[in-house]
Design a protein around this ligand. Structure first.
Ligand code: NAD
Length: 338
C-alpha cells in the first residue's frame, strides 16, 4: 500500500531531539527524509539546530502520549506522506536519566505506555518497520558480581521501588511491542540499550559521565556514589547509532542487547576523565543514591552474529570527544570554575 516513491525513504524518529535520538537523526538524514517528533521534556532544540536547516528534516513538537495524525502537517507534504507513508519508525521517546525517576515518574510510565502505543498504531497504519529503544534496566540489578545479561534472561526487579517507573515502563513497552508484532502484523525490533555516552548528554541530570566531566572542568572533587570498584561498560553514541540502524535494517531477529564490552571500574573511569582534562582534583566516594542501581554487563553475542555489530570506539577516545564537546559548550552549559 505505502511504497517508497521518492528516492529517500520516510523515517520517523520519536525522541529525536534527545541525546541518542539527535545523533540518530544526524546519521539517518544522509539517506532518508527524517520526521523528528519530540516534546522537549528532556531533549532540546540545540540538539537539532543544524538539522533544522536541512530540507530533508522536519520537526514536529508533539507530546506522543497523545495520538498523532501526520497527514495534518502541511510541512510534511514535501515528503508525500499520503502516498509514500512512513517506511521506518524509531521510538526513543522516554525521559531517561536517574533524576527523572523522581521528577517525571508518571510522564515516564505514560510515555512508555501511551506514546509507544500511538507509535505502534502509526506503524500499523503505514506498515512501517518499528524499532523500540528498550534498556538494560529491564534486567534489573545483577544477582551476582560481574553478571552478564543475555537476551533470554528474565530479570530481577522491584516493581514498586524508586526506579520502577522506568524499569517497569520499559518492560510494559517491550510486551506491547512484541504483541503488536504477533497480533497486528507489525515488523518489530527491541534494542536493549546499555549505558551510552557522548556529546549532547545533559549536565545535572544525574548521569555519571557528564557529572564527572563537569566536576573535572570546574575543578571540583569527582564523587562516586556507591562502590568505586563496581565494573561498568559505556558505549560511545556513534557505535550505538550504528547498532540501531543495523538492527532496523535486518529481519532475522527481534530482541538485541547493544552495549560495550570494554569494562572498567567506576574509579578507573573517573581517573581517565581526570587525566584527559588535566584537572588537579580528587575522587571521593559517597553512599549510593536510592534511584541508582548496580548494573549488569551486556552479552552482545547475538548482535555480533546476526547484525555484524560491535562497538569500535575505545572509552578513552569517546571520553576525549565528550570532554571536547563540554569544553566547547562551557559557557552555554554554565560551566565555570567558581
Ligand atoms: P533523552 O532523555 O536525551 O531523550 C529522550 C527524548 O524523548 C527527549 O528528547 C524527550 O524530550 C523525548 N520525549 C520524552 N517523552 C516524550 C513524549 N511523551 N513525547 C515526545 N517526546 C518525548 O534520552 P536518551 O539518553 O537519548 O535515550 C533515548 C532512548 O534510549 C530512551 O528511550 C532511553 O530509555 C533509551 N536508553 C538510553 C540509555 C542511555 O544510556 N542513554 C540506556 C538505555 C536505554
Amino acid at each position: 500500500m505505502y511504497k517508497q516513491l521518492l528516492e529517500r525513504k520516510n523515517v520517523l524518529v520519536a525522541g529525536g531531539a534527545g541525546f541518542i535520538g539527535s545523533h540518530l537523526c544526524d546519521e539517518l538524514i544522509k539517506s532518508a527524509n527524517v520526521i523528528c517528533v519530540d516534546n522537549f521534556i528532556t531533549g532540546s532544540e540545540e540538539n537539532i539546530d543544524l538539522l533544522l536547516q536541512n530540507p530533508n528534516f522536519k520537526f514536529i513538537r508533539h507530546d506522543l502520549t497523545l495520538p498523532l495524525d501526520l497527514e495534518k502537517f502541511s510541512e510534511l507534504e514535501i515528503f508525500k506522506m499520503r502516498f509514500q507513508g512512513i517506511q521506518e519508525i524509531y521510538n526513543l521517546a522516554c525521559p531517561t536519566s536517574p533524576k527523572h525517576y523522581k521528577n517525571l515518574p508518571i510522564e515516564t510510565l505514560l510515555t512508555n505506555a501511551e506514546a509507544t502505543r500511538n507509535l505502534l498504531d502509526l506503524a500499523v497504519k503505514y506498515q512501517a518497520k518499528f524499532l523500540h529503544a528498550s534498556s538494560s534496566a529491564i534486567y534489573g540489578a545483577p544477582t551476582s558480581e560481574r553478571q552478564t545479561f543475555a537476551e533470554d534472561y528474565w530479570g530481577y526487579l522491584d516493581p514498586v521501588g524508586p526506579r520502577s517507573c522506568y524499569n517497569e515502563g520499559k518492560r510494559f513497552a517491550e510486551s506491547l511491542v512484541v504483541n503488536y508484532g504477533e497480533h497486528k502484523g507489525v515488523s518489530v525490533r527491541l534494542a536493549r540499550i546499555f549505558n551510552t555516552y557522548g556529546p549532547r548528554m545533559k549536565l545535572n541530570d544525574g548521569r555519571m559521565i557528564p557529572d564527572f566531566i563537569a566536576s573535572a572542568i570546574t575543578a571540583k572533587t569527582l564523587t562516586i556514589y556507591g562502590s568505586a570498584e563496581e565494573r561498568a561498560t559505556y558505549c560511545y553514541v556513534s557505535d550505538m547509532v550504528d547498532g540501531l540502524i543495523k538492527l532496523q535494517e535486518q529481519d532475522s531477529g527481534v530482541i538485541f542487547n547493544l552495549g560495550s564490552l570494554e569494562q572498567e571500574t567506576i574509579k578507573e573511569i573517573a581517573q581517565i576523565v581526570i587525566n584527559l582534562t588535566g584537572a588537579k582534583v580528587a575522587i571521593e566516594t559517597a553512599e549510593s543514591l536510592p534511584y541508582l542501581s548496580t548494573q549488569g554487563l551486556p552479552d552482545i553475542t547475538r548482535a555480533k552474529e546476526i547484525l555484524g555489530w560491535f562497538p569500535l570506539v575505545p572509552l578513552e577516545v569517546g571520553l576525549k570527544k565528550t570532554i571536547d564537546y563540554f569544553l566547547a559548550h562551557k559557557g552555554a552549559l554554565g560551566l565555570s570554575k567558581d
